[in-house]
Unconditional design. Structure first.
Length: 404
């Protein structure tokens, strides 16, 4: 087991290139907050398209010179195409070996799945075959009420919680350090506190949680959001969950003025990543594919036959906080940690530009900062009184190293 953990860490040494295969646009679910507005049952990748993309990438080692690589498989629901994915991964391993590619021992296969068919034999066979170079996240939104509010079957409208939660023990046995990803929209704000605690009770120690970037927020949502995070903070501190569990809503780096060193950096990796769809088109990020966009046309930067058009990539290489943010965002006293999605910026912009930052989550970010300050002030007061702050900092560092 220690060797497996070590192998999983090796790929992270240095910078990792993220390459995504959109293997299908189909999914069993029709999640109400899903940004994939164009999901369908027809568009699925063929092995031939995947093979062409792999050959193009691996035969240009000088252009794709990052130290490590993450081969990401998404949908829809990627495990609907597990046989195809298994074939793609076999070909990837074969070609990296044949080419003596520098990624051969520095790669991982990555999945985010709805977890419904996680226990199926084809999926389990694939996991056993690739376990030392694999990371899988199952999305479970919290309590049955919270989960089934949004994550419903596309044909029946029935909630999917029971079909997902039964697979959590097996998943955690195979990936003990894995975390889940929780999404918050306007309708489910009242269930944040009980949902995070429920996920802890299932044995999930790392809860990655975020609000949707789209402009869905109603008057008063920020106040309710802050209240939920504060009562969650009370519970985490009083029950001492902070000793073994994490929730990404609380971060010591959040809510400070913007570090000047970060001015020339972009929040996301659009343009540095690469996504390939069923037709063999290349995108700077999956969010620029047509099935991800409400109001804009897809932004294609090439294809498997003609390669990447580097001129179309240039605008993404100029992206940083200054080129797309209003001055008030740069000068904001709590700018640190305020996120954005490059694809949503493009989709929400008044014109066809990637240089207009969407600020739909502004009030939600500020509410999170207020609750975050409350959490850390209360926790550090408790630790100081008990003489445990130094021990806490040491344990937190060891925990972070363990789950990497």
């Amino acid at each position: 087991m220690n060797q497996i953990k070590e192998d999983r860490r090796q790929w992270q040494d240095g910078m990792a290139k993220s390459i995504t295969f959109i293997v299908t646009k189909d999914c069993q679910l029709a999640c109400k907050y899903c940004y994939l507005v164009g999901k369908n049952e027809k568009e699925r990748m063929t092995f031939e398209v995947a093979k062409q993309a792999i050959d193009y990438i691996l035969e240009r080692e000088e252009e794709f010179n990052e130290e490590s690589v993450t081969w990401d498989f998404i949908g829809g629901e990627p495990f609907l195409e597990i046989e195809l994915i298994d074939k793609i991964c076999d070909y990837l391993k074969q070609r990296m070996f044949e080419l003596n590619h520098h990624w051969f021992n520095s790669y991982r296969f990555n999945f985010s799945t709805n977890g419904i068919n996680y226990d199926s034999k084809p999926v389990q066979d694939y996991i056993k075959k690739n376990i030392t170079h694999l990371s899988i996240g199952i999305t479970i939104d919290g309590t049955e009420l919270k989960h089934d509010l949004n994550r419903v079957y596309k044909h029946s409208g029935k909630g999917s919680y029971k079909d997902v939660v039964k697979n959590i023990p097996l998943w955690l046995e195979q990936f003990p350090g894995a975390g889940t990803k929780v999404t918050i929209s306007s309708a489910d704000i009242p269930y944040i506190k009980e949902s995070v605690l429920h996920l802890y009770s299932l044995g999930i120690k790392q809860v990655n949680i975020n609000v949707v970037f789209e402009d869905v927020w109603k008057e008063g949502d920020d106040k309710l959001f802050e209240e939920q995070l504060m009562i969650l903070a009370d519970e985490i501190i009083e029950k001492e969950y902070y000793r073994e569990y994490t929730c990404s809503f609380f971060s010591e780096r959040l809510g400070k003025p913007l570090d000047k060193k970060l001015m020339n950096q972009n929040w996301c990796g659009a343009g540095k990543m690469l996504s390939i769809d069923a037709q063999g088109n290349f995108y700077p990020c999956t969010r620029f594919a047509q099935y991800s966009l409400r109001d804009k046309q897809a932004l294609i930067i090439g294809n498997v036959k003609e390669g990447i058009n580097k001129n179309l990539l240039r605008p993404f290489l100029c992206l940083d906080r200054c080129t797309q943010s209003k001055q008030e965002c740069i000068d904001c006293e709590v700018a640190e940690g305020c996120a954005w999605c490059q694809g949503e910026n493009y989709d929400a912009a008044k014109t066809n530009t990637i240089y207009e930052r969407s600020t739909a989550i502004c009030k939600m970010h500020k509410a999170r900062v207020r609750a975050n300050n409350y959490y850390w002030n209360k926790l550090f007061r408790k630790l100081e009184l008990e003489g445990e702050r130094e021990k806490f900092e040491k344990n937190k560092k060891e925990f972070n190293e363990k789950i990497c």
